[in-house]
Design a protein around this ligand. Structure first.
Ligand code: CTP
Length: 412
C-alpha cells in the first residue's frame, strides 16, 4: 500500500515462509522478501532446486537477515521442515510453477518446500507463474482446483507480458505489492469483517466551471485508500468509490471511479443497499458552479467571470433511507475550529455510528500527508483521541470500531 515502510499490522512480529520455485518470476521474489521484512515480518525463504537456477540464497539472506534454505536435510537439522511448518504464521509460494503445483496437489514431500507445506497448519498462498499454454493445460487447471479444495489460497496469475518471445497471456505472476497484500489477508485470519461488504468513499470531487476548469479540493484520497486496503486485508469484500487520484488501487479492491458530487451520490445509492458498512472518507464538494459553461470561458470575452455556486446534495443525509438494517455508517469531519463540538452535532445530524474528526490546523493532520491525528466520536461512548499516527494505523483503529459495532449488531 502507499506510504509507510514502518513495521505494520498484520506483519509485525509474524513469521512468513516464502517458498520460491524455478520460474523466471523468481527475481520478483527478492522484492517480496524485502517488502515483507520491511513490514515487520521474519521471513524464512525456502528455494527449490529449480529456483537456484534463477536466484541465489545470498540475495534473500542479505534482505531478510535470516538464512535461506534449500536442502531438506541440512547438517545437524534433520527436522527443519517441521520447524519451519510449525513456526509459520503464513506460507507464500511465489512463483509457484506448474511443476510445483502438480507436486503440491498430489501431496508430495520430495523437497524442503513441499514437505514444509504438508507439515503446516498455517494459511498458504500460492502465486502461479508460468507460460500461458502451461497455465491453460487441463492438468494444471485440475491441480489448481485440487489445491483450492485443500484450502490453499490461489493469488493470480495476471494477464501480462510473459518470458521473452512469449507475448502476453494469463500466466504472469502478480506484482510483489499485490502478493504482500494477499499475505496480509492470510495473516489477518478470521476478523469481524470477514465476508462482509464494505463500501468506502475516498478523495475529492470536481465540479465543472467549464469543460476544462473545475472547483475541487486538496483531498488526496489517502485516508480512504488506506481504509479500503485494510478492510480487504481483514477479509471484507470492498468497493472503493473514489474521485480522481493517482494512488494505486489497493489489491483486491473493486474501484468505482467518479468525478462529481452527483456521481458520488449515485454510486453510494447504488452500493449502499448491499453494504454492511459505509465509510464516507471522501471530501465531497458542498457547492458547485450553478451554470457550468458549455464552452471554455475565454479571456477575450473581457471582464472576470463571476461563478455563482449552488449546494450539492449531502450524500450521507440523502442516502439515509437506503441504509440496510445494521449497516455501520462512518463519517469524517475536517474542522478548523471547535472540532469536537461540531463533530458531535454532525454525528447526530447525519445519523452516524462513528465520526472521525480531524482538526486541519494541527501539524501532521489533514490533506496531502501520510499521517493523521483524529478523535473518534460515537453515540453513547466517550471520545477516543488517537495520537499522531500513519494513516494506515488510523485506518485500523477505525475498522476496529466498525467491527465492534457490527459484532454488537448496533448499526445505524
Ligand atoms: N459529506 C457528504 N456529502 C456532502 C459533503 C460531505 O456525504 N455533500 C460527508 C463527508 O464525506 C463526511 C461528512 O459528510 O463524511 C462530513 O463532511 P463535512 O464537509 O465535514 O460536513 P458538512 O456537513 O458538509 O459540514 P461543514 O462543511 O459545514 O462543516
Amino acid at each position: 500500500m502507499p506510504g509507510s515502510r514502518a513495521p505494520r499490522r498484520p506483519f509485525a512480529g509474524r513469521r512468513v515462509v516464502l517458498g520460491v520455485t524455478g520460474g523466471i518470476a523468481a527475481y520478483k521474489a527478492i522484492a517480496i522478501a524485502r517488502d515483507l521484512t520491511l513490514a515487520g515480518a521474519s521471513v524464512d525463504v525456502v528455494l527449490t532446486e529449480g529456483a537456484m537456477e534463477f536466484v541465489r540464497p545470498l540475495s534473500f539472506e542479505a534482505l531478510t537477515g535470516r538464512p535461506a534454505h534449500v536442502s531438506m536435510y541440512p547438517a545437524g537439522d534433520p527436522l527443519l521442515h517441521i520447524r519451519l511448518a510449525r513456526d509459520a504464521d503464513c506460507i507464500v509460494v511465489a512463483p509457484a510453477t506448474a511443476n510445483f503445483l502438480a507436486r503440491a496437489a498430489n501431496g508430495m514431500a520430495d523437497d524442503l518446500l513441499t514437505a514444509t507445506l504438508l507439515a503446516t497448519e498455517a494459511p498458504v498462498v500460492l502465486c502461479p507463474a508460468m507460460n500461458d499454454r502451461m497455465f491453460a493445460h487441463p492438468a494444471t487447471q485440475s491441480n489448481l482446483a485440487r489445491l483450492r479444495e485443500i484450502g490453499y489460497r490461489i493469488a493470480g496469475p495476471a494477464v501480462g507480458p510473459l518470458a521473452w518471445g512469449e507475448g502476453e497471456g494469463p500466466g504472469r505472476m502478480l506484482e510483489p505489492e499485490e502478493i504482500v497484500g494477499h499475505a496480509g489477508r492470510a495473516l489477518e485470519g478470521a476478523t469481524g469483517l470477514a465476508g462482509r461488504r464494505v463500501v468506502v468513499t475516498a478523495g475529492g470531487t470536481r465540479e465543472a466551471i467549464d469543460p476544462v476548469r473545475y472547483v475541487g479540493n486538496r483531498s488526496s484520497g489517502r485516508m480512504g485508500y488506506e481504509i479500503a486496503a485494510a478492510a480487504w486485508r481483514r477479509g471484507a469484500e470492498v468497493v472503493l468509490i473514489a474521485g480522481p487520484s493517482h494512488l494505486p488501487v489497493p489489491v483486491g479492491v473493486q474501484l468505482r471511479r467518479i468525478e462529481t458530487a452527483a456521481q458520488m451520490l449515485e454510486a453510494v445509492r447504488d452500493e449502499l443497499p448491499r453494504a454492511d458498512s459505509l465509510v464516507m472518507a471522501a471530501a465531497v464538494a458542498d457547492f458547485r458552479p450553478a451554470d457550468p459553461a458549455a464552452d471554455k470561458i475565454k479571456k477575450e470575452a473581457g471582464g472576470v467571470p463571476e461563478i455563482r455556486l449552488e449546494a450539492t446534495d449531502d450524500v450521507l443525509r440523502a442516502t439515509r433511507d437506503a441504509r440496510p438494517a445494521g449497516c455501520v455508517v462512518v463519517g469524517f469531519a475536517l474542522e478548523t475550529a471547535d472540532a469536537v463540538e461540531n463533530g458531535r452535532r454532525k454525528l447526530d445530524g447525519k445519523g452516524l455510528d462513528l465520526l472521525v474528526v480531524n482538526d486541519a490546523t494541527e501539524p501532521g493532520a489533514g490533506f496531502e500527508v501520510d499521517t493523521n491525528r483524529v478523535v473518534l466520536l460515537a453515540p453513547g461512548v466517550p471520545d477516543e483521541a488517537l495520537p499522531l499516527l500513519p494513516k494506515s494505523e488510523v485506518a485500523d483503529h477505525i475498522l476496529d470500531r466498525v467491527e465492534q459495532v457490527l459484532m454488537a449488531g448496533r448499526g445505524a
